[in-house]
Design a protein around this ligand. Structure first.
Ligand code: SF4
Length: 465
């Protein structure tokens, strides 16, 4: 029997990439690969790239420089190391990657990674293989299912892709070009995946999609189902105790989703709802298709449905044309909502997007200064949100052992890490924890198994739609 080949995947960016990396590993496991933590001793290294953040492609080329040395070392040791670039940078740059980094054997876009075994075989025959088309067949139908042991190793919390791609075309974003048009998976396939995960110890499912609440997959009744309806169905699966979804677009929040938050205790009260800006002028330039008023109205509907709901968000500062008054409007929006957490970034142009052609750019100094002010405000809100948990009892889903002896780590309904001293067999259980203190963003406390769970922290707080 041939010894297994070693696979190392380095994944950048969003939850979708984490999920895609797992599905690449599942695909290659069927071809005799086992995962290894080190790139240096791998037979195949995959860089699963992200194009959202600044200088994404430069980071990939710099990593490929390091891998060139590792490949040379492997060659000297008589090993045949292969290097693949996957993900959104692969989609965006295609052949350019091999031109700039001839060390790369395979370039594969996010819609084609189920073809990895064939692409590796082609690269061996022809020296290289590139696939960045959007194939007509259903990628998900071609992907092998993870083995029960693999699911257990990955932990009690799992992602399921329910939707991919985006038709919104925000002017700053590459997703519609790298991931393609919006496609939703059928309900039955998602339910099958969820059951398999639940049967193998998964307790928490996060449904992911670039624009997850645009979900409109075919239901068993032959009709298109909304995300809210899908969540109701998944909540019925024995063993699934928590449901989440990400990332939502404010324009696609349907009443069935609001109702799901009202009716489903398993649906966690934390909604990631990117606002991007608090200025209508900038929102229009971004082609966000919503106003500040629309956004606030959506927040209000969620709050009316579930009193303890909290929000996270994404913001871009220094979008072309952003003036001080636009930025002040963003600060005002953040102040008005009070987020549990939020991500904020300086605008940086993505080649090929309409915003990259906009002339009225914001100076680096102004961008830095605005980002600092926004992050200070967000940090103060996050800190207040976390402090509000001190003295309360919160439900925690335990995931793993912590770094310190005897310590176990889990997450609250609001995704706050929580640390307690406890036996290891609490992994996979949801237990009440009395919160005593904070350490940075983590809650420290002790198990309160004898007492009933107290009210969840109710301070108002809030990943790309
Ligand atoms: S930011 Fe979100 S909604 Fe806008 S184009 Fe990108 S993925 Fe779509």
């Amino acid at each position: 029997m041939k010894p297994p080949r070693k696979l190392h995947i380095k994944s950048y960016g969003c939850q979708m990439n984490v999920y895609d990396a797992q599905r690449m590993a599942d695909t290659l496991a069927a071809d005799g690969f086992v995962e290894t933590a080190s790139a240096d001793d791998a037979d195949l290294v995959i860089l699963n790239t992200c194009h959202i953040r600044e200088k994404a492609s430069e980071k990939v080329y710099s990593e490929l420089g390091r891998l060139r040395l590792a490949k040379t070392e492997a060659f000297r040791a008589g090993r045949d190391m292969r290097i693949a670039v996957a993900g959104c940078v692969a989609q965006a740059e295609g052949e350019e990657i091999i031109r700039r980094a001839p060390v790369v054997d395979v370039v594969v876009g996010p819609q084609s990674y189920h073809h990895l075994p064939e692409l590796l075989a082609r690269a061996k025959r022809e020296g290289r293989a590139i696939e960045t088309e959007f194939p007509a067949e259903d990628k998900f139908a071609s992907l092998p299912q993870p083995k029960p042991d693999t699911i257990r190793t990955r932990g009690v919390s799992a992602y399921i892709t329910v939707q991919e791609g985006c038709d919104k075309f925000c002017t700053f974003c590459v997703v519609p070009y790298t991931r393609g048009a919006e496609v939703s998976r059928p309900v039955a396939k998602i339910v099958d995946d969820a059951k398999r995960l639940a049967d193998n110890g998964v307790r928490e499912l996060t449904l992911i999609g670039q624009n997850v609440n645009a979900y409109h997959g075919d239901g068993p009744d032959g009709r298109g189902w909304t995300l809210g309806k899908l969540l109701l169905q998944l909540a019925e699966i024995p063993g699934i105790a928590r449901l989440r979804y990400s990332t939502s677009h404010p324009r696609d929040v349907e009443s069935s989703l609001i109702e799901a938050h009202r009716d489903l205790p398993a649906l966690m009260p934390l909604v990631h709802l990117p606002a991007q800006s608090g200025s209508d002028r900038i929102l229009a330039a971004m082609n966000r298709r919503h106003t500040v008023r629309d956004y606030l109205s959506v927040i209000d509907r969620f709050r009316k449905a579930r009193h303890n709901i909290a929000f996270s968000s994404d913001f871009i500062v220094g979008f072309p044309g952003e003036r001080e008054e636009d930025f002040s409007a963003t600060l005002a929006l953040v102040s008005q909502i009070g987020y549990a957490s939020a991500y904020s970034f300086k605008y940086s142009p993505r080649p090929g997007t309409p915003a990259a052609e906009m002339q009225e750019t914001v100076s680096a100094i102004d961008m830095d200064e605005r980002l600092e002010r926004l992050q200070a405000l967000i940090d103060s809100q996050q800190s207040a949100f976390n402090k509000a948990a001190i003295g309360t009892t919160v439900d925690v889903l335990f995931e793993r052992a912590g770094r310190n002896e005897g310590q176990m780590v889990g997450r609250t309904a609001y995704l706050q890490p929580a640390h307690v001293i406890a036996p290891t067999d609490i992994v996979g259980r949801i237990l009440p924890v009395k919160v005593a203190s904070l350490e940075r963003y983590s809650l420290l406390g002790e198990l309160a198994a004898a007492s009933p769970p107290g009210p969840a922290a109710s301070f108002q707080i809030s990943i790309g739609a």
